[in-house]
Design a protein around this ligand. Structure first.
Ligand code: UDX
Length: 437
């Protein structure tokens, strides 16, 4: 089966390398010629475990290539994945211009039966618009083109693993022949045990938003609990453990802290709320989820202020800058939102991240970057753990204390044990747990 993937961002490139790994002939298409050259040379444009390795492997095996010329590859494709960006407009709605452009390109160059797969996260109803574009732009053989929704559930940092061992594969389609092509495409994964769920197209589109919004809701629930626990003398980690031991609830995504970030949850939640509003339903719950998420940052700022009084002339070390560990992605990173707030309050912020320093500096130019955690902590009046990279839990606390001007730690991700911090002589503010003062 021959496959084209339009868009070689996070979702697109991982789709390329994973399908090449399954043995298909894959061409990644992107209008960014420089990026196509870089990928052809075998260099991944971003850090994501496994991508570089599978990129090298696919290029060497000869079944993976990249092109800026859609006319060269789309005519031969049986399946075209649309993996272009769907950024938020100022209103919060998803901007679908790139999806429309991709549909136009496919309509222009497709030849013979071709399945057009929406993999970008799009609002329910988008496939109908894509179909209409295909029909308008490809009048001679529009019936040969079928639209399918196949949302991805990849977690950054685990994306290749999630792609090759998915916990579910979701296919929304209309025509039986399109379902059959997708079943065949994913047979290597269903044979190894991944379940395939078949629905109509609108259901598949909506299910993706429903999953992301629900996971965000779980996180905000934990963060709201954290605020109450702090006031009531309770411990949010234990509360989450109790909740999580009920299999109907589950422990995952109940970790309180600085809240969720990244390119999916914040954007998808607002887009879902906008979609609901457009269809005449006020999904106010989602609005509250986003508000609680923002309060999580403010709660951490309040702790820093509580510890340091005025922030002018204070040095604050922010440990972790990516939106979560295991990635260099800083888009909508809670760590950077916090750093920006501390800078706004007059603090000097020195950040450290094992992977995301360059991206962080580009996003918040006022932040100073240290080459390692101890350097960031040197002379700091307060340390904030903003992203739970494994190395932070391994820090030598004696050395941390001797490097810092004041031994104050605001733990935005509950990385440390409060008892250990007490014994080590720190003033310690966790999230949703009792502080050590
Ligand atoms: C998410 C979904 O998990 C994935 O299925 C979807 O396809 C894309 O969006 P991702 O954005 O990579 O994946 O990150 P995820 O691991 O879900 O974490 C999102 C954010 O929530 C991070 O900022 C993380 O730190 C935060 N988080 C997660 C919490 O604050 N608490 C938790 O308990 C879990």
């Amino acid at each position: 089966m021959r496959i084209c993937v339009i868009g070689t961002g996070h979702v697109g490139l991982i789709t390329c390398v994973s399908l090449a790994e399954l043995g298909y002939e894959v061409v990644g298409i992107d209008s960014d010629e420089e990026k196509m050259e870089q990928l052809t040379r075998g260099v991944s444009p971003f850090f994501e475990p496994g991508v570089q390795e599978y990129l090298t492997k696919g290029l060497a095996a000869g079944n993976l290539r990249f092109s800026a010329q859609p006319e060269e590859c789309i005519p031969d494709a049986d399946v075209v994945f649309v993996c272009v960006g769907t950024p938020a407009r100022a209103t919060g709605e998803a901007n679908l211009i790139a999806v429309e452009q991709a549909a136009t390109v496919v309509a222009k160059h497709a030849s013979g039966r071709t399945v057009v797969v929406e993999k970008s996260t799009v609002p329910a109803g988008t496939s109908a618009r894509v179909k209409r574009t295909l029909q308008r732009e490809c009048t001679d053989q529009a019936e040969e083109l079928e639209v399918v929704s196949n949302p991805e559930f990849l977690r950054e940092g685990m994306a290749v693993e999630d792609s090759l061992h998915p916990d579910r594969i979701l296919i929304g389609a209309e025509a039986e022949w399109a379902f059959e092509v997708m079943r065949e495409l994913y047979r290597p994964l269903t044979d190894q045990g991944s379940p395939l769920i078949e629905t109509n197209i609108a259901t598949a589109e909506l299910a993706k938003h429903a999953c992301n919004a629900f996971l965000a809701l779980k996180i905000s629930y934990a963060n709201a609990l954290a605020r109450i626990c702090e006031r009531a003398g309770a411990d949010v980690v234990s509360v989450a453990d109790v909740m999580g031991s009920d299999p109907r609830i589950g422990r995952a995504f109940l970790n309180a802290g600085l809240g969720y970030g990244g390119y999916c949850f914040p954007k998808d939640l607002v887009a879902f709320e906008r979609l609901a509003a457009r269809s005449g339903y006020n999904f106010g719950l989602l609005h509250e989820v986003a508000a609680i998420n923002e309060q999580a940052i403010e709660a951490a700022v309040d702790k820093v202020k509580d510890a340091l009084w005025n922030l002018e002339d204070k040095k604050i070390a922010v440990l972790g800058l990516s939106f979560k560990p295991g990635t260099d992605d800083v888009r909508f990173s809670p760590a950077l939102a916090l750093a920006a707030r501390l800078i706004e309050e007059g603090a000097r912020v020195v950040g450290y991240d094992p992977e995301a320093s360059t991206g962080a500096k580009a996003e918040v130019p006022e932040i100073e970057i240290a080459p390692d955690a101890y350097e960031a902590l040197s002379g700091a009046h307060c340390a904030v753990v903003a992203t739970e990279w494994g190395e932070f839990a391994q820090l030598d606390l004696e050395r941390v204390k001797s490097e810092m001007a004041y031994p104050v730690v605001v733990d935005g991700r509950n990385v440390f044990d409060p008892q250990v911090m007490r014994a080590a002589g720190f003033v310690y503010y966790p999230a949703g747990r009792q502080p050590v003062l």
